[in-house]
Write a protein that binds this ligand. Structure first.
Ligand code: TYM
Length: 333
């Protein structure tokens, strides 16, 4: 069955290996299947849930678009656009927020993590952000949503919201209930400095992540400095319990090499981390440096990127605008 794919990435800078292995690499595979209809969105409305620098935001929107293309998404076989250009996303988000109970949002762990201790100071936008995400997905009758593991709860909420809307307004199957596509293994890439913390754009230490714009030297240096432990690499995955840094580096190696963890353990079991690090830096450089170079090339052609986003927005508008009209009719406007 052809899939209707929708996914989004925030243009908040520092796109990293976690974004790539957890999501974008999967976007590329799905896009390579000519049967699928793919929509990839630069979710700039999501980005402003925390303060953004005006000029930086514009650059980041272009950089995220460039990263999609540089990673292998074919713009002639997908719709790529930025969210703020299609009004239906914000409109749909409002309508859905009027029927989503606060209790459901109160359960969202990502809000708790991002808001930190002083949640009174977090923006209302950060709190209702998962509803905007539901609107993004539901406006396109999406069947599948490729994401990293950290978005699982938001996907579950999206499914609940779709079902509640259909029930409340007695419109069975109007909002399609989407399936998450979360890779079975390595769907949560961890920080290079702390195997218990997710690799993240906002980590103050640049050494904690491999950025998609890093040069070969930077990649080699970061892998050299990545945290490990003092034991040799084991032969079986059971022996990786309570060894988060070891598991993370072996997971990254497996994911980027498209092989399972056991095969990686066959390769490195009994060896030292220095052996793994040499090979890991080599393969990461060979896969990430071409992406990094292509991002830099694409980003210098602002006109091309802006035109692509505009064309994408027009196509997205045609789909989402129609859905929002139907939604308004169902509600009674
Ligand atoms: P964002 O911008 O934080 O991340 C983009 C994608 O990268 C994945 N990801 C990771 N995967 C594995 N390991 C990591 N360390 C890691 N860090 C990030 C995320 O899971 C995500 O798939 N709310 C979303 C964006 C969004 C969206 C949507 C996604 C808005 N609307 C509709 C899908 C459908 C977010 O903030 O992703």
């Amino acid at each position: 069955m052809p899939k209707k794919i929708f996914s989004g990435v925030q243009p908040t800078g520092n796109l990293h290996l976690g974004n790539y292995l957890g999501a974008i690499k999967n976007f590329v595979d799905l896009n390579n299947d000519k049967e699928n209809n793919c929509i990839f969105c630069v979710v700039d409305l999501h980005a402003i849930t925390v303060k953004q620098d005006k000029d930086q935001l514009k650059n980041n929107i272009r950089e995220t678009t460039a990263a999609f293309i540089a990673s292998g998404i074919d713009p002639s076989r997908s719709i790529i656009f930025n969210q703020s250009e299609v009004q239906a996303h914000a409109e749909g988000s409002w309508m859905l927020s009027c029927m989503a109970p606060m209790g459901w949002l109160n359960r969202m762990t990502q809000f708790k993590e991002k808001a930190g201790k002083d949640k009174e100071k977090a923006s209302v936008g950060l709190y209702i952000y998962p509803i905007l995400m539901a609107s993004d997905i539901l406006l396109y009758d999406t069947s599948h949503v490729p994401v990293g593991e950290d978005q699982k709860q938001h996907l579950e909420l999206t499914r609940d919201i779709a079902q509640k809307f259909n029930k409340d307004f007695d419109c069975r199957d109007f909002l399609k209930v989407p399936e998450p596509l979360i890779q079975k293994d390595f769907s949560r890439i961890m920080s290079l400095k702390d195997g218990l913390k997710k690799m993240s754009k906002s980590d103050p230490s640049d050494l904690s992540r491999i950025n998609l714009t890093d040069s070969e030297d930077e990649i080699i240096n970061k892998i050299k400095k990545a945290k490990t432990d003092s034991f040799p690499i084991p032969n079986e995955d059971q022996k990786l319990i309570n060894r988060p840094e070891a598991l993370n580096l072996l997971g990254i190696y497996s994911s980027i090499s498209n092989q399972n963890l056991n095969k990686t353990l066959d390769e490195f079991g009994g060896k030292n981390f220095s052996d793994l690090k040499v090979k890991l830096a080599e393969i990461l450089s060979s896969k990430i440096s071409p992406i990094s170079n292509e991002i830099k090339k694409l980003i210098s052609d602002k006109q091309y990127l802006d035109k692509l986003l505009l064309e994408g927005a027009n196509k997205a508008e045609a789909i989402a605008g129609k859905k929002i009209k139907e939604m308004k009719k169902i509600i009674g406007f």
